[in-house]
Design a protein around this ligand. Structure first.
Ligand code: AMP
Length: 113
């Protein structure tokens, strides 16, 4: 599936992260370049390069990631937040290991840029 990404190295413990949640299926940690007071990434332990690669058998995992996004938002005390998945370079994806951004703690305008 190609070279390991920076998130693969975080999962293996090769580089540190500011972890906020962990279970057998996923890890959540603070984004190194936060775009808001709360900016957390939720990633599956099993690598999918992007949402484009998700198959029917990934449905349970994808649902789990969304529930964890909600859990960490709640953990951070957020009432309102945005969950974002950038898919493909043209949409701003820079790390090709599926991840959900959880962004909040400031007013969020729509549409995003
Ligand atoms: P995307 O642009 O959707 O692929 O998001 C990748 C995100 O990963 C960006 O918001 C980066 O700031 C973040 N990021 C990259 N390297 C790290 C790291 N070592 N620890 C935490 N977040 C990172």
């Amino acid at each position: 599936m190609g070279d390991e990404t920076i998130f693969g190295r975080i999962l293996s413990g090769a580089i540190p992260c500011d972890e906020v949640y962990s279970d057998e299926k996923c890890l959540a940690f603070r984004d190194i370049e936060p775009q808001a007071p709360v900016h957390i990434l939720v990633i599956p332990r099993r690598r999918l390069s992007s949402l484009k690669d998700a198959m029917t058998e990934d449905a349970e995992l994808l649902g789990h990631l969304l529930l964890v996004a909600s859990l960490v938002a709640n953990q951070e005390g957020l009432d309102d937040w945005r969950t974002i998945i950038n898919t493909g370079e043209g949409a701003g994806q820079t790390v090709f290991h599926l991840h959900l951004h959880v962004i909040g703690g400031r007013p969020l305008t729509w549409p995003p840029g």
